[in-house]
Write a protein that binds this ligand. Structure first.
Ligand SMILES: NC(=O)c1ccc[n+]([C@@H]2O[C@H](COP(=O)([O-])OP(=O)(O)OC[C@H]3O[C@@H](n4cnc5c(N)ncnc54)[C@H](OP(=O)(O)O)[C@@H]3O)[C@@H](O)[C@H]2O)c1
Length: 322
């Protein structure tokens, strides 16, 4: 495994982050395709055995059960001091007022719930899952700073939003003398490259590490365009992210992978790993060989010709996934 400093911090993260949205009780929350505890644990174990030390979950994943499953498995299989545990806040956790968003009340309440479910005293990276247009950013940044100062989070990060919003949050933190975000978890893969317009340049300029989510376009980049899986048939959010014109990119990945004689996932991840600012793609796994392919992608070094072949068919998308 390779490790890299996350952005301009001193924190060592493996170059593959394990996406823990795949883990959670299927009858809780909206991911009917997620794996229950028994099916999830061997995948978490396999990731640790491969040297992956970076795990990403969220309070909303499967209604908190992702955090519970991941917390129990890591407590059993890993040394807490070595792993980097990331979770998120913003999504609605209950019905009624103050059940989501980034108010001071929500942030303070949700970090405590996440820590309880994860069975730990602190998370390494506490991320805002989205922008909250209904809460002043000063309120959010000061609350996040207080979470860090209380020892409940080591670092803070952000996820999908417009570059102007991220920039505003960072400068607000600087003006207030508060903790700044060290990472941007954004939607970035060979099928969705709109982040190249503004966000990646901002992150490079500010020394922020990026952590692409759905790096395999939720499985689309690993199989023929018309092929489906149980997840793809029931993944409602994923159905809205990609478009018919992406078929040509999927074909290009297939061609480069066939030429090299490697699985397509390795090629798609290798491309991301070569992009400036990308610290670690957050890979979703539902089978043991998915972990192996993610790790093996580190050994795939694409030539300029291959990179061009993968990038050339791209057609711009409407901004989505915010
Ligand atoms: N911040 C956010 O808003 C946000 C949003 C989405 C996700 N995330 C994070 O990103 C993580 C990854 O998201 P994701 O699961 O959508 O990512 P992904 O890595 O793009 O897709 C994972 C899917 O790709 C397929 N796959 C993976 N490896 C494969 C391989 N080697 N060969 C063949 N197929 C393979 C599997 O599909 P099948 O199961 O269909 O076989 C798997 O479920 C999540 O767990 C979460 O931590 C964050």
């Amino acid at each position: 495994m390779e490790y890299v400093k996350l952005g301009s911090t001193g924190l060592d993260v493996s170059r593959i982050c394990l996406g823990c949205m795949s883990f959670g009780l299927p009858d809780r929350g909206t991911h009917t395709w997620s794996l229950d505890e028994e099916a999830s644990r061997p995948l978490i174990r396999r990731a640790l055995d491969a040297g992956i030390n970076f795990f990403d979950t969220a309070n909303v994943y499967s209604d908190g059960t992702s955090e519970e499953i991941v917390g129990r498995a890591l407590a059993e299989y890993a040394n807490r001091d070595e792993i980097v545990l990331a979770t998120k806040v913003h999504g609605r956790m209950r019905s009624g007022p103050n059940s989501g968003g980034l108010s001071r009340k929500a942030v303070m309440t949700e970090i405590d719930h996440s820590l309880r479910r994860l069975g730990t005293d602190y998370v390494d990276l506490y991320q805002i899952h989205r922008w909250d247009p209904t809460t002043p950013v000063e309120e959010t940044m000061e609350a996040l700073h207080d979470v860090v100062k209380a020892g409940k989070a080591r670092y803070i990060g952000a996820s999908s939003m417009y570059a102007w919003q991220f920039s505003k949050a960072q400068y607000t933190a600087r003006l207030g003398g508060w903790t700044r975000f060290v990472s941007m978890q954004n939607h970035y893969n060979l099928l969705y490259r709109e982040e190249e317009r503004e966000m990646l340049a901002l992150c490079a300029d500010q020394g922020v590490g990026t952590l692409p989510w759905s790096p395999l376009a939720r499985g689309r980049l690993t199989r023929d365009w018309d092929e489906t899986s149980e997840r793809s048939r029931t993944d409602e959010f994923g159905k809205r992210l990609y478009q018919e014109g992406d078929r040509a990119v999927v074909d290009a990945v297939a061609a480069v992978a066939a030429e090299r004689g490697v699985p397509r996932a390795r090629v798609a991840l290798a491309w991301l790993l070569q992009q400036n600012t990308v610290a670690a793609p957050i890979v979703g796994v539902t089978k043991p060989h998915h972990v192996d392919d993610a790790v093996a992608a580190l050994d795939v070094h694409l030539t300029d010709k291959e990179t061009e072949a993968l990038q050339e068919p791209y057609r711009p998308h409407h901004v989505s996934g915010h």
